[in-house]
Ligand binder design. Sequence first.
Ligand SMILES: [Zn+2]
Length: 166
Amino acid sequence: MASCQASPRLNASKPDNAMKSTSFPQNPYYSRTDTTRLDLPDEVWKKVLSSDLYAVARHGETERAFTGKYWNYEGIGTYYCAACGNALFRSDAKFASTCGWPSFFETVRPGSVTYREDTSYGMIRTEVLCGRCDAHLGHLFDDGPPPTGKRFCMNSISLDFEPDRK
Ligand SMILES: [Zn+2]
């Protein structure tokens, strides 16, 4: 009779569906596999993005040079849009730039980003936007290295880096 001890019951009310979206639980639109274009109103983005990312991604702000986390980062992997998870750049297209922002000479695929003329601050520049969610990423310049001669000058905060699995 001494062996029959009741084992503690498992908590049956524990939710079983919390397996996904661990890193971005507050942004339901973030996906690294779904490439469906997102066309969301500003109020929605304001709710699901951090205030710093919201200011850059939705209002074209620029982080200060040399302050972002990726400008001199050399990890091997893929950079995704921080707002929606769209794949943007591979680390092998990144080059050491002295400008203080992460810089790439090409995107991971042609439709990764879209372009728009930006005439703010009395300059004519090419603005680079996410091809999936239209988040502002940075600007494109023609002073990059071979083979493209392009420099995608990005805001670190607009990027999410995922290292390659070995
Ligand atoms: Zn995006």
